[in-house]
Design a binder for this molecule. Sequence first.
Ligand code: SF4
Length: 357
Amino acid sequence: MVLRKRMALLARGSTLSESDGMGFKAVLTEREDCKDRYSDSDVLTISNDYDYLSEGDIIRLDPVTGSMRSLFRRNSLHNTILLTEQCNHYCLMCSQPPKRADDSWLLKEAFELVDLIPRDTQAIGFSGGEPTLYGDKLIELLAHVKRNLPNTAVDILSNGRTFKDFEFAKKYAAVCHPDILVGIPIYSDDPVRHDYVVQSKGAFDETVRGILNLKRVQQKVEIRVVIHKQTIDRLVKTCEFIARNLLFVDHVALMGLEITGFTRANLDDLWIDPYEYKDVLSEAVSLLNSYGMTSSVYNHQLCTVNSDVLGNYRKSISDWKNEYLEECASCTKFVECGGLFSLAKMYKHSQYIRAFT
Ligand code: SF4
């Protein structure tokens, strides 16, 4: 019963009795007429939008406003925990536009969430905003994760600049997490172009120094290059820069554009049809492969890439935002294809999506 105080009962249909709901902090039901049945608990009526909820998921409820947010889905391999919306970048294609307001409650919530996540969870991610702006508090969170989820792989999305401080990089390494990786974007080999994309002067130099410091303390780093109109011209040069100067990073991800956040506002300056750059993508992948680097092509549809990148192609779009077009139903490569972001389906996607027959 003590545990029930932190849980919500998901009461689908009308088969549950009042006693079934006893002791739970809240009862979630799809039926308005069930509201009086669970006098002991906060009762929230949920719409069909929450069909995906299932046993073991972790949610946050606000009984006052009646709002609910899903924080962890037990059956998903793509659980990413937002730590802050504050950031020292203002990227043209930011998917989580920065806010100035103090949102340190998100960090507190992350500590509590880690206590609740099952120990057999394969992987979790932390994102922002820029998580490293928390400094030592982020290090404390990672130590907390290591204690509570020792077998869970962790990835952190960061712009890498805080790691330019070697002392911070050493503190990060001192957590000694056995399976942790930082994903850091480099958008161009040209510092001016990179700084323009992230809208922050001096970003390129600090990011590269951060990557070098992380590798000095033997930490895993993934470089992420988002492909769009502002980065495509120098994509091959950027990969060459990475291969020549940062050959020791653990992974390079070449990523398609997600049509969300600032991307929607800056679409004319960013959008280029993936089909139109497929030969450049092939060249970039071939270059990274020739240097023996491990690289992946993320967020693309199989019908928009050349067959020579298939060895590097990954289905990468998180399950909760992954969709396909009607056309895809008859495609013989449906199972292998990563499909589209759901918002791409709504706003902008390649004009060349054609089913393989
Ligand atoms: S038609 Fe659809 S399923 Fe087939 S490759 Fe293209 S996007 Fe993928």
